[in-house]
Write a protein that binds this ligand. Structure first.
Ligand code: ZN
Length: 198
């Protein structure tokens, strides 16, 4: 699974036909997933791509669109005013922070509307559940970032200097552990020590 929220989050409204929460109109089509971050309200990009930031008073509020290399677009709607962490035209990578969950535009409460659209300028949506693995069903789910070995190694190297005294391990020991394939244990130790520093 990939999600725009790290840790626990809630699906409050699935994709599909529903009663519009604002107009009360039955049988309206909801093109994305409404998600509420529980552990963390930062909204992260679920893909790499090019940023477009926009505002739409009566609809999406403050929102961000990421156009992926294949042209499909990911929408993050109703973000908090002033919370954009990226700029128009900027290239972002998967996992990069985009903004903070909000309730701007047509919204009944704090949430992020996550939607996947076809290539081009059409409003047609694609199956966001198929893309993310987030169940299309109301409930609480959890997204734990799965880093590749290469990413773990890069992370370990980048923070090794800072954590020598925090972990009680010397840099040589860190390198030795790495070399002898204790990468996961080492990573956990580094991760914990970084948490303590916060
Ligand atoms: Zn929605």
């Amino acid at each position: 699974m990939i999600s725009c929220f790290k840790g626990k989050f809630r699906v409050t409204s699935p994709r599909g036909v529903r009663t519009d929460p604002i107009t009360g109109k039955k049988g309206t089509y909801h093109k994305g997933l409404d998600l509420v971050g529980i552990d963390d309200t930062t909204v992260y990009s679920i893909s790499s791509g090019i940023v477009r930031t926009a505002y739409e008073a009566g609809g999406a509020g403050y929102y961000i669109v990421i156009t992926m290399d294949d042209g499909r677009r990911v929408y993050y709607m109703h973000l908090k005013k002033g919370s954009f962490k990226v700029k128009n035209g900027e290239r972002v990578s998967k996992g990069q922070a985009l903004g903070i969950m909000g309730s701007t535009g047509n919204s009944t409460g704090l949430h992020t509307h996550l939607e996947l659209r076809v290539k081009g300028t059409s409003y047609d949506d694609l199956d966001i559940t198929e893309f993310t693995g987030i169940p299309n069903k109301i409930g609480v789910y959890e997204y734990k970032e799965q880093l590749s070995d290469k990413e773990k190694h890069e992370y370990a190297v980048s923070c090794a200097c800072n954590v020598e005294d925090k972990t009680g391990l010397e840099k040589q020991t860190i390198n030795w552990l790495w070399t002898y394939k204790y990468a996961d244990d080492l990573f956990i130790k580094l991760w914990e020590s970084m948490d303590r520093q916060k």
